[in-house]
Design a binder for this molecule. Sequence first.
Ligand code: GDP
Ligand code: MG
Length: 372
Amino acid sequence: EPPLTVRSLSEAIGRPAKQILGILFKRGEMLTINSLLHEETALELSLELGVDLKIVKPKDVEDELQEYIDLPDDPSVLENRPPIITILGHVDHGKTTLVDKLRSANVAASEHGGITQHIAAYQVTKNGQKLTFVDTPGHAAFGEMRARGANVTDIVVLVVAANDGVMPQTVECIAHAKAAGVPLVVALNKVDLPDRNEQRVLQELAAQNVLAAEWGGDTEVVRTSGLTGEGLDELLETLLLTAELNEFKANSQRPATGACLEAFRDEGRGPLAWLIVQKGTLRRGDVVLCGQAYGKVRSIFNEHQQELDEAPPSTPVMLAGLDIVPAPGDKFVVLDDLDLAREIAERRRMAGRQVSLSSRGGKRTLEDILNA
Ligand code: GDP
Ligand code: MG
């Protein structure tokens, strides 16, 4: 919240600071242009100067914005949307290999050269139905996103190597999925290896309260190999079935809201943000507020670098048009007014600066000052 001073009041009501200081002087208060004012005093002064001052607190705007995002939809307008899936698991259990296999089955041959380019999220089509995969860089990032209130995941795929079994990070991933309250599907991976021990892994999972369906529990376990491609069709089918059971729906007819997965600055195109649309439809020309960034949507691209006119719920897009680079986990919302978006973004930047200044506790280095 920007400080309320004689100067800011003078600017807000369009009266000279001298006049305000004059009234205060008559009241016996010797203040300067930079003196802080109480809200009540500011209201009194404005009244005396014949101006109807309205003090808008940032928190109110933020609350209103959150209400707008959370605005419930009439069940009759809800439509099925693709499930949003995050793949988690212990290091080296085969997440990247699995993802590459899933993606390569879904990209045109001509595009293979471009597959090395980093993709934050992508869609896979199976039996005419879409599935959205978010490429979270580890379960820690998954937890951070959640901690920031960006719950984008519907289903977690837990990759467990059949030869290695449940490892420390596997346990952490299970905890994250449980905390998120989302269904878990286990990919019992590397089943091509001769030293696999499936029963032992199922047992270790059971010890973590993840009981396989084949053992009477409610967790689907699919045998996979990212190397041979075995089980990948079954994994996708299991995910579609899980989605069907959970009825993931959204209203595509409202202004888009969602979250930023990651963002960076591109030499030519400026700030680029990977967003996932959770509700509504994002369109070119929309005014977007995303964390401390705002702007008019110049273009939206899918993971194949194809330009889209619009992105319905559960679509991951790369967006160009924001003025600065937002942060992962920032929520985004489409507003109908660019001025409002700018105002909120600027207020957030100011608040962010105040927080970071006070948290430095006076120990400012030259670098801090240069980067401020
Ligand atoms: P990540 O750390 O979970 O992303 O694991 P990677 O995908 O990088 O795989 C780690 C290692 O396991 C690499 O050497 C892969 O070639 C190998 N690997 C991954 N999936 C399989 C699999 O299904 N079978 C076998 N035999 N090796 C695999
Ligand atoms: Mg990896």
